[in-house]
Structures are given as structure tokens and as C-alpha cells.
Design a protein around this ligand. Structure first.
Ligand code: GLN
Length: 488
């Protein structure tokens, strides 16, 4: 059972074959047994999980089941929850308790989900390896000496190891899709504006978007259906977003006649040859299922990482100014004066990578450099967006590798931020363009998972879900047994 999909657990609950309490206990036992090896959870309150499960069983008896009734879902430490701490894996928020639930948390609760703990992440979601967490690094269950990706590494690791059947992540430049890829699970980043950002601790507000991390495409669709929807208290949540039939879109015939774009800029020298072979084989499988592969070009791809590392830090430097030891955040002991309090509190509270981003962003926004860096990066962003618009005149969907490499060793890239930034080379462009993307497992290199990324036009998550469901049904990758934590 622990390696079951969310949909199978739902079927068993709906059939009365199990209870929310029994399901919760199964996963709590696994968390107790294996979290020590993985450090995937940074906070867990078993008694509170069981209380929610009991309440869900009682609700089901009285009123019937809601969409996610009794299903356990872990939450990245970036989502504000009234219960327990919300720390964004930073020392600066070590004593923070959110006064309200994030909009998506409210929605999951209203759908009957049982929320399970807080998962590890890079501090303030800045990273690709979950090594910048103030609570220590998280490990990849496929090889615990390797990174689980980041920044939503705790969520990915927990789902891959079946410590929980599903989790929430956030994605600013790839933080749902890249950890999903290197942990061999499915991760969906919805169109920007589909999911409310209220109550999600802000990193880069024009890029941040929350989404599900699950075993299968259908499981991701189930959670996305519950999470999405307009929120009048988030001005970037779109009021009249085109609706998606989330579960209907998971129809496994989604590949027939589909025009899949293969961008030449995503198949470059220097990527891992095993990853390339896995993606080529996946595309051949799609062709066999009735899709047409069309060679396309996204000519400004090579500028995406540079533009992102100006825009995201600029927005971060503004967002993180709120941690001033007055309104939010850690306050140093015995400050000499106000300035000493600001500087020392921030110095003690933030880790190295977060400081690097704040400094980069502050520099890019400073008068004299604003035009050269920030404005230029925004112009590049428009070109990148236009590349996708041009491509989608020719094709329905785009398929690429999610990451050029598989999970690397812990510590391998921490000394060199630039090589770390390059792990996001295939995920960043679609955040800049606001588009939806999904990563799903499509093979292994030396026992480590490889992810296939799907990109669709804005609001067309249905096209992604159709293609990914068809691919998943035709292959066995989601069922590949993991050599961690017992029988599948
Ligand atoms: N790895 C990227 C960064 O460090 C993306 C992170 C994210 O999507 N939150 O900025």
C-alpha cells in the first residue's frame, strides 16, 4: 500500500476498504522509520495528522466524500499553515507561526485532504539541491548520497520514498519539475495565475507558482483541480482563467495526432548522453502512439538562465526586505542601535545563497544599473515569451528533458553557484513565459531517474495531461521499484 497512487487510495477509501486513520497511520509509520535517512520532513505532528484523519472519517460517514477525502498530502515549508511552524527552511523564520492558511491550504482542507507535516526545501526556495536548507540537506531515496533536486526536494524525496503519496511544491524556475525529475516522480507547474500565491512565502512574485508532486499524472490532476481557482485577495490570480477538465484531460488517447515540438536548443552537446538517449526513446514512443514530432527552434533559450538570475534575485531582494526583525524575522541579541539591529539580524538569519541573491538583486535594481540589467532582462523575457508563441503556431505541445543531468552527489556543486544555476537550464524559460509544465519519469541512467518535460500554451494544462497520461499508460516507468524502504 505505501507505494499506491493517490487515486488507488481514494478508490479503497471510497469502497470502504480502508479508513483515513488507517492510511494516515501507514504513512506516519514510514515517516518515523525512514525520515532519519532522508531528512524529507522538517516538521511533523503525528497527533495532529491523526486528528485530521479522524475528522475526515467522521465527515465521510455523515456527509459523504469530498474530492480529496482522507488523502494524505505533505506540504512544502513555504506554504503558510496556521497549524505548526512555517519557516521556509530559514533561520530567520525559525520562530514564525503563520496567522492564516495559504489559499491553497484552505482549498485542500475544504476538499477533505489530511495535511501531513512540512517538507524540507532550499532556504526561501533558492536552490536546485535542497542543500541550502537551514535544517540540513535532504537526500534522494534512489541513492541517499545524492541530492533530491530542489528547491522542493523534501516533497520529491517524500513522495519517491512513499513517506506520503503526494505533496505540494512551488516552482519559480523549476523547483517542482527538477526535483520530480531526479526523484522519478511527476510534478506539475500550472500556468502563472491559475493558483493563488496568497500565503505562499514570496521568492520572485512574477514567477512563483504552486503545484502538485505525485506518483502519476492523474494524481497530479486530482490535486491541481482542488488547488486552482481565482482568489480575490491575490491580484495575480486570474479571475476568468479558462477552465480545465482536469480528470477528463487524463484520457489516455491524448497522443493521437498530437504535434509535439522538439526544440533544437534543448538537445545540445554537453548534456548527459544517457539522459539524451532516454528522451529520444520517449519521443520515439510518443511517435509510435500516434504523435508527430516536429523540429522547432526556441532561439533565445540560451539567454534564459541569465535573464532569470537578474529578474528572480531582483524580485527576491524586494520581497525579502520585510525580514527586518521588526515586522518579521529573527532579532539579534542586544543591538547597539537600529542599524545594528537590521544588519546583524539579517546577517545571522539568512544563509549564504539567500544573501547572494539579495546582493545580486539589489545591485541589478540600483540606479545606474537598472537599465543595463533589470530592464534588459525584462526585454529578454519578452523575446523568450515570443519564442514560445511562435512555436505554438506550429505545434500543440513541446517535449524536452527536464534536466540535462541526473541527481548529482551531495556537495558536488555547492562551491560553484554557476554550475548549480545551470541545472535549471531547461526549466526556467517557461516560468519566464508564465507557461504550464510537467515532468514525468521516462527512464534511468545508472539507476537514477530521468524526467521528460512537457510544455503547453498558457491555460492548456489539458494538452499536457493528455500527452503525459498516454505516455505513462504506454510505459512502466512510474511502477519502477525503488531500492529503498521495503516492498513496493
Ligand atoms: N533553482 C532555481 C533557483 O535557485 C529555481 C528555484 C525555484 O524554482 N524555486 O532560483
Amino acid at each position: 500500500m505505501p507505494f499506491s497512487t493517490l487515486s488507488k487510495i481514494k478508490d479503497r477509501l471510497d469502497a470502504g476498504a480502508t479508513t483515513a486513520v488507517a492510511v494516515a497511520k501507514t504513512y506516519l509509520d514510514r515517516i518515523a522509520a525512514f525520515n532519519g535517512d532522508l531528512n524529507a520532513f522538517v516538521d511533523i505532528d503525528p497527533a495532529h495528522v491523526l486528528e485530521q484523519a479522524e475528522a475526515s472519517d467522521a465527515y465521510r460517514t455523515k456527509h459523504g466524500a469530498r474530492a480529496l477525502e482522507g488523502l494524505p498530502i505533505a506540504i512544502k515549508d513555504i506554504f503558510c499553515t496556521q497549524d505548526g511552524p512555517t519557516r521556509c527552511c530559514s533561520h530567520i523564520l525559525k520562530d514564525f507561526h503563520a496567522p492564516y492558511d495559504a489559499h491553497v491550504i484552505t482549498k485542500l482542507k475544504e476538499a477533505g485532504a489530511v495535511l501531513v507535516g512540512k517538507t524540507n526545501m532550499d532556504e526561501f526556495a533558492m536552490g536546485s539541491s535542497t542543500e541550502t536548507s537551514a535544517f540540513g540537506p535532504c537526500h534522494n531515496p534512489w541513492d541517499i548520497e545524492r541530492i533530491p533536486g530542489g528547491s522542493s526536494g523534501g516533497s520529491a524525496s517524500a513522495v519517491a520514498a512513499a513517506l506520503v503519496p503526494a505533496a505540494l511544491g512551488t516552482d519559480t524556475g523549476g523547483s517542482i519539475r527538477q526535483p520530480a525529475s531526479v526523484c522519478g516522480i511527476t510534478g506539475l507547474k500550472p500556468t502563472y495565475g491559475r493558483v493563488s500565491r496568497r500565503g505562499i512565502i514570496a521568492f520572485a512574485s512574477s514567477l512563483d507558482q504552486a503545484g502538485p508532486m505525485t506518483r502519476t499524472v492523474k494524481d497530479a490532476a486530482m490535486i491541481a483541480a482542488a488547488m486552482s481557482g481565482h482568489d480575490s485577495m491575490d491580484s495575480t490570480s486570474v479571475p476568468d482563467a479558462p477552465a480545465v477538465d482536469w480528470l477528463g484531460a487524463c484520457d489516455k488517447t491524448g497522443m493521437k495526432g498530437l504535434r509535439i515540438g522538439k526544440p533544437k536548443e534543448y538537445f545540445v552537446d554537453g548534456m548527459d548522453t544517457g539522459v539524451r538517449a532516454a528522451i529520444d526513446a520517449a519521443l520515439a514512443e510518443c511517435e509510435a502512439l500516434g504523435a508527430e514530432i516536429v523540429d522547432i527552434s526556441l532561439p533565445h533559450t540560451d539567454a534564459a538562465v541569465a535573464a532569470y538570475y537578474v529578474i528572480a534575485p531582483s524580485e527576491a531582494s524586494a520581497n525579502l526586505s520585510r525580514y527586518d526583525a521588526v515586522r518579521f524575522g529573527h532579532r539579534c541579541d542586544n543591538p547597539d542601535d537600529l542599524l545594528d539591529m537590521y544588519t546583524r539580524s539579517r546577517d545571522e538569519g539568512f544563509g549564504k545563497e539567500v544573501k547572494r541573491r539579495i546582493l545580486t538583486g539589489t545591485f541589478a535594481l540600483s540606479s545606474g544599473y537598472y537599465d543595463a540589467y533589470y530592464i534588459k532582462a525584462q526585454q529578454v523575457r519578452t523575446l523568450i515569451r515570443q519564442d514560445f508563441i511562435n512555436a505554438f503556431a506550429q505545434v500543440d505541445v513541446i517535449a524536452t528533458p527536464t534536466s540535462p543531468i541526473t541527481a548529482f552527489k551531495l556537495g558536488e556543486k555547492t562551491a560553484d553557484p554557476l554550475t548549480m544555476y545551470l541545472s535549471d537550464i531547461f526549466t526556467i524559460a517557461l516560468n519566464l513565459a508564465g507557461l504550464p509544465g510537467l515532468s514525468q519519469p521516462c527512464g534511468f541512467v545508472d539507476g537514477l531517474p530521468v524526467g521528460l518535460q512537457w510544455i503547453a500554451p498558457a491555460w492548456r494544462e489539458d494538452v499536457i495531461l493528455g500527452a503525459a497520461s498516454a505516455y505513462e499508460a504506454a510505459t512502466d516507468w512510474v511502477k519502477a521499484p525503488i531500492n529503498f524502504g521495503g516492498e513496493a
